[in-house]
Design a protein around this ligand. Structure first.
Ligand SMILES: [Zn+2]
Length: 428
C-alpha cells in the first residue's frame, strides 16, 4: 500500500540568497575587457594583455574568495594541448576552476562560461577583442555566483569553471567534461552561460523580461537500446537536460525580478553550439543560458563604425541589472541542486489494463523523501504531484496509457533533485 502522507520536513528551507552585485558584475566585465584580447591563441606571457593575464586574474579572484571562506574553494588549473582547423599548430588550452567541496561524496554541479574572445577573423589573436557580452558576461556571473555561494556550505561540490578555447572548438569544456569523467564525478547539472548580458538585440529590439534556456529533449548519449526503449515509452520531452531546464523555469518563477525563462526546446541556437555540448555527449545533464534577443552586430566583430552602426562586443551594449537577474537564477539553481539528494537512478511505471498506475523507483542515499509528478500525455508541464516516503506508490484513476510520470528526491529542507522520467520497471 502506498504511503500518501505529506512529507514531514526536518529542516527549514535555506533563507533566500543575497542579490548579485551589479557594480561587481560591471567591474569584472570592465577588467576582462581591459585585457585587450582574450583570444585563445593570444599571448600568455604579457602581464597586462592576452588570455594568459586574464586567466591569472580569474584564478586570483577564486584565491581571494578562498581566503574569505576559510579555504572552502580550491583553485585548480587544468590544461591540455588541442590542435584543429582553428589552431593548426596546436595550443595549450587551460581552464581555471574554483572547486567548493561539498559535504557528500562525488556529486557535483557545475557552472561555467568561456573567457576567450574573438573578432571577425577567428584566427586574429592580436586585434582588440573586448568580448564584453561574449563571454565576459558569463565569467562575471560565474565569479559572482562563487563569491555568494561560497558563504554557505552545500551537500554537493560546486565547480565554478572558466573555460578557454570555446571559439576554437569548445576545447576547454571538452577538457572539463573529460576531467569529470576521469575523476568519477556524478554531475547532477552543468549550467553553461554564454552571452547573458544584453537586452538590446539586433535592429534595436529590446527583450529585458526573459532569458533563453536551451536544452536537448532526447539525450545525445543514448545508445540504440535506450533509443528503442524511449521510442516505446515516450520521453522525448523528459531527458535529464530537459528536466534541468524545466527545474530552472520553476526556480526562476520563485525569484524576485520577474525574469521569465523561455524553455527553448533545442540543444542550442539553430545550427550553433556551446560549452554544454561536450557534457551532453558524456551523458551529463547540461543547458545553455543566453539572452532573449542576440545582437549579431556586437558578436565576433572587428571594432568599427560603418554607416553609423557600431560593431563590436563592447561594454556599451550591456545591461547589468539584467545580467544580475540571470546570475540570480543560476545561483538559486546551483544551491537547490547542490542541497538536494541525487535524482533517482531509475523509475518505472506499470498498470496495463488497470485504471491505476503503480510507480516504483530506485532508492537514493540520504533522501528524506520523494516527489512523484505526473501529467497527461498531451501536456508539457507536470500538473500533479505527491510526496512519498518509501520507493513506490499507486496513482489511482491515473491510467498508465495516458500519463507521463516522473520521480525526484527530496532533502530534509525540501530541496528537490531533477525529475527522473519513469519508463519500464526500475532497476532496484
Ligand atoms: Zn560565446
Amino acid at each position: 500500500m502506498a504511503m500518501l502522507i505529506p512529507l514531514l520536513l526536518a529542516a527549514a528551507p535555506a533563507p533566500a540568497l543575497p542579490a548579485p552585485s551589479e557594480p561587481r558584475l560591471r567591474a569584472t566585465v570592465t577588467t576582462l575587457v581591459g585585457f585587450g584580447t582574450r583570444h585563445t591563441l593570444s599571448t600568455v606571457t604579457d602581464r597586462k594583455r592576452g588570455i594568459g593575464a586574464a586567466r591569472d586574474w580569474a584564478a586570483a579572484r577564486f584565491a581571494e574568495m578562498a581566503k574569505d571562506c576559510g579555504g572552502c574553494i580550491k583553485v585548480e588549473r587544468i590544461a591540455r594541448r588541442f590542435t584543429g582547423p582553428r589552431a593548426p599548430n596546436g595550443v595549450m588550452v587551460e581552464d581555471v576552476l574554483g572547486i567548493q567541496k561539498g559535504r557528500d561524496s562525488e556529486r557535483v554541479v557545475i557552472v561555467g562560461a568561456h573567457i576567450d574572445s574573438r573578432v571577425t577573423d577567428e584566427m586574429n589573436a592580436t586585434a582588440d577583442a573586448p568580448g564584453a557580452n561574449d563571454d565576459a558576461s558569463g565569467v562575471a556571473l560565474v565569479l559572482e555566483a562563487a563569491r555568494i555561494l561560497s558563504k554557505r556550505s552545500h551537500d554537493a561540490t560546486i565547480v565554478y569553471a572558466v573555460f578557454s578555447g570555446e571559439e576554437q572548438g569548445l576545447w576547454g569544456a571538452t577538457l572539463l567534461a573529460d576531467t569529470a569523467k576521469a575523476r568519477g564525478w556524478q554531475v547532477s547539472a552543468m549550467l553553461n552561460n554564454d552571452i547573458v548580458g544584453n537586452t538590446v538585440g539586433q535592429g534595436g529590439v529590446r527583450v529585458a523580461d526573459r532569458v533563453r534556456v536551451f536544452s536537448e529533449g532526447i539525450r545525445a548519449s543514448e545508445d540504440m537500446v535506450q533509443q528503442q526503449e524511449r521510442r516505446a515509452i515516450g520521453g522525448e520531452d523528459d531527458g535529464p537536460s530537459r528536466a534541468l531546464a524545466k527545474a530552472i523555469d520553476g526556480i526562476a518563477g520563485t525569484l524576485p525580478g520577474g525574469l521569465d525563462v523561455m524553455l527553448d526546446r533545442r540543444p542550442d541556437r539553430f545550427g550553433r553550439g556551446g560549452d554544454h555540448e561536450p557534457f551532453l555527449k558524456l551523458g551529463y545533464p547540461a543547458v545553455r543560458f543566453s539572452v532573449g534577443a542576440e545582437n549579431w552586430d556586437r558578436q565576433h566583430q572587428d571594432l568599427r563604425t560603418e554607416n553609423g552602426v557600431d560593431y563590436g562586443d563592447t561594454i556599451a551594449g550591456m545591461d547589468f541589472p539584467y545580467l544580475a537577474k540571470v546570475t540570480a537564477i543560476n545561483m538559486a539553481t546551483l544551491e537547490r541542486l547542490a542541497d538536494a539528494p541525487a535524482a533517482p537512478a531509475s523509475a518505472g511505471i506499470a498498470g496495463a489494463l488497470s485504471r491505476d498506475t503503480t510507480v516504483t523507483w530506485s532508492p537514493v542515499p540520504n533522501a528524506a523523501g520523494y516527489r512523484v509528478r505526473w501529467r497527461r500525455n498531451d501536456a508539457q508541464d507536470w500538473t500533479a504531484m505527491r510526496d512519498v516516503t518509501g520507493t513506490s506508490t499507486v496513482l489511482q484513476q491515473v491510467p498508465v496509457d495516458d500519463h507521463f510520470v516522473g520521480v525526484s528526491s527530496l532533502a530534509a529542507d525540501g530541496s528537490e533533485s531533477l525529475v527522473t522520467f519513469a519508463g519500464h520497471a526500475a532497476r532496484r
